[in-house]
Design a binder for this molecule. Structure first.
Ligand code: NAD
Ligand code: DAU
Length: 340
């Protein structure tokens, strides 16, 4: 591999992967293809903007001509697909874009790559494709029972990968990551949303009773696992990437508030998310046994570092929390908070 296309590389996890890969692999050319939706942000790529082995292309993974042009122009050897509509609450309000990018976009990448003879595609998926589990841990062979339009569209994308691996012999791999947090995360996901709201002493809308469980994975660990699978993953193989740190939402929020030095009275219980998955939990047995990967960051230290980053980088999040963001905030939270 020499030339790697990173789709969705201006988003949260994709940009962390790019910042890392540009440093770690000076002999690779890292090309980002990103549509720059509301979630794509060139500020996330400022640290690499002058790196000689980095290129940026603005474009949509559902547009075959764009994908073909970029793959050919940069003589791409491998694709890592982060591009997605990624927020569950938005998928409940407006599912269209999710089907387009997360299913049709994946198909377009696969089919264009196949036609150009590019064999290698790694797809970044999610633990949400399994649905919810009350006890025990999901393994890679378990059935997919996605519950939100987001999760269903990610499962659809995975099915296309499987078909292209089985039918055309492409070297595809899939990772199913758990809830990821860290710097540069768009402040709609619960961690950056609650941190930045708390910094302004705004109410934190906790869905339902706050007893849902998520498995928290630091973004650097997630990127390290994807890098490992990209280089060593067996063709057609799926790997879970869990943070090995389950927490109830209420406990995660209390820890965050304590780190911020803000009172728990900011927490407001509001109407629940429709179809809210109670618990996500994965086993890392396979990736640990086959590729020797395990998460390296403790939750507490990673959350403290994350909180400090948002405290010290108001320039980054304050300009996001305007315009479209405020419209979304009103649609998602105004009635809930008024009722609470
Ligand atoms: P994000 O929303 O921060 O970034 C998504 C990026 O994709 C943005 O830069 C956006 O502009 C780009 N994009 C969207 N539609 C596009 C299109 N049609 N063409 C080209 N670019 C497009 O997402 P994230 O949180 O960084 O997630 C990245 C990937 O990881 C997604 O596939 C997501 O499903 C998966 N994932 C996320 C988490 C998490 O907790 N955030 C956990 C597991 C898996
Ligand atoms: O598990 C991996 C998935 O994690 C990724 O595939 C998704 O891209 C990512 O968005 C995330 O999905 P979640 O729905 O778990 O993340 P979110 O940050 O939206 O919510 C985390 C938990 O916090 C969930 O139980 C809902 C709750 N929550 C969320 C928000 C935004 C609240 O209670 N209030 C909120 O305002």
């Amino acid at each position: 591999m020499k030339n790697i296309l990173v789709t969705g590389g201006a988003g949260f996890i994709g940009s962390a992967f790019v910042r890392r890969a540009v440093q770690k692999y000076p002999n690779y050319r890292i090309v980002v293809l990103d549509k720059l939706t509301y979630a794509g942000n060139m500020d996330n790529l400022l640290p690499v903007q002058n790196a000689p082995n980095y290129r940026f292309e603005r474009g949509d993974i559902t547009h075959r001509e764009t994908v073909e042009r970029v793959l050919q122009a940069h003589q791409i050897d491998a694709i890592v697909n982060f591009a997605a509509e990624s927020h569950v609450d938005r998928s409940i309000l407006d599912p269209d874009a999710f089907i387009n990018t997360d299913v049709v976009g994946v198909y377009t990448l696969l089919d264009t790559a196949r036609q150009l003879g590019i064999q290698r595609l790694h797809h970044v998926s999610t633990d949400e494709v399994y649905g919810s589990i009350e006890q025990g841990f999901f393994r890679e062979g378990d059935p997919l029972l996605p519950n939100s339009p987001y999760a269903a569209s990610k499962a659809g994308g995975e099915m296309m990968l499987r078909a292209y691996q089985v039918t055309y012999g492409m070297h595809t791999t899939v990772t199913r990551g758990s809830n990821t947090f860290g710097p540069y995360q768009y402040p709609e996901k619960v961690v950056p949303f609650f941190i930045t709201e708390a910094l302004e002493d705004h109410p934190l809308p906790m869905y339902g009773d706050g007893m849902q469980v998520r498995d928290w994975l630091y973004v650097d660990d997630h990127c390290d696992a994807i890098d490992t699978v990209l280089h060593q993953g067996a063709p057609g193989t799926i790997y879970n990437i869990g943070g090995e740190h389950e927490m109830h939402n209420i406990d995660m929020t209390r820890f965050m508030l304590k780190t911020l030095g803000k009172p728990e009275s900011l927490i407001h219980y509001v109407a629940d998310r429709p179809g809210h998955d109670l618990r996500y939990a994965l086993t890392n047995d396979k990736i640990r046994a086959e590729l020797g990967w395990t998460p390296q960051h403790s939750f507490e230290r990673a959350m403290e570092a994350t909180v400090r980053w948002y405290q010290q980088n108001e320039w980054w999040w304050r300009k996001i929390k305007t315009g479209e963001y405020l419209d979304y905030y009103k649609r998602q939270y105004a009635a809930r908070l008024a009722e609470a």
